[in-house]
Design a binder for this molecule. Structure first.
Ligand code: OGA
Ligand code: MN
Length: 201
């Protein structure tokens, strides 16, 4: 039993969950500081869509900017994030029988007005991305700023505010979702639990 037992159980039975206080406030603040500094230093690039030959920059589909985490030289806050993700991975493997093996993550910045239209995270030409994980870094985010993650369920949807400490997890191959435009700059750390590919690409 650990603090991820309930979250993994919810993913097992409904495919998604929302957690709060995923990391301690000082770690969230450190990660937000890193993202803000990288953003000011122009260390982000325009996010694309698709993979390999299908990759394209499509500002009509998404207008965020991303910075991939470098696993070789993590900061202290990134190490704690990775350790927490690792605990969650083990708990999901126990409960979901998924063989999640690796994790990839990037910081994302949505400047005011940026969005990401309704999409699935599973690429057409790869079946590795299995569980999506969006973790939010914005302190004192208000409802009127917008920037919600809209997660589409079979007959409805849920809107999640990108408030610091909130972590949303969902099955990458099942759940369409979108990022609504905001009036403030929106910072997040988004990643994917992957399994080994079951087919040749
Ligand atoms: C993505 C994505 C959601 C979010 O990067 O694929 O859907 O809330 N992000 O940041
Ligand atoms: Mn997505």
């Amino acid at each position: 039993m650990n603090r991820f037992t309930e979250a993994a159980a919810e993913i097992a039975h409904q495919g998604w969950t929302v957690m709060s206080d995923f990391l301690p406030p000082e770690t969230i603040a450190a990660l937000r500081g890193e993202a803000q500094q990288l953003w000011l230093q122009d260390e982000f690039r325009k996010a694309g869509t698709g993979r390999l030959g299908g990759y394209a920059i499509r500002p009509d589909i998404r207008s965020d900017h991303i910075h991939w985490l470098d696993d070789q030289s993590p900061t202290e806050a990134q190490s704690l994030y990775r350790a927490t993700i690792e605990e969650l991975r083990q708990e999901m493997n126990r409960q979901l029988f998924l063989s999640l093996s690796t994790y990839e993550a990037h910081f994302a910045v949505y400047p005011a007005g940026a969005f990401y239209q309704k999409h699935l995270d599973r690429f057409n030409n790869s079946d590795e991305r299995t569980i999506s994980c969006s973790f939010y870094l914005n302190e004192n985010w208000r409802e009127e700023y917008g920037g919600q993650l809209r997660l589409y369920l079979p007959n409805s949807y849920v809107d999640v505010l990108p408030t610091a400490g909130t972590c949303v997890l969902f099955r990458s191959d099942t759940f369409f979702h979108e990022v609504l435009p905001a009036t403030e700059t929106r910072f997040s750390l988004t990643g994917w639990f992957r399994r080994r590919s079951l087919r040749l690409v």
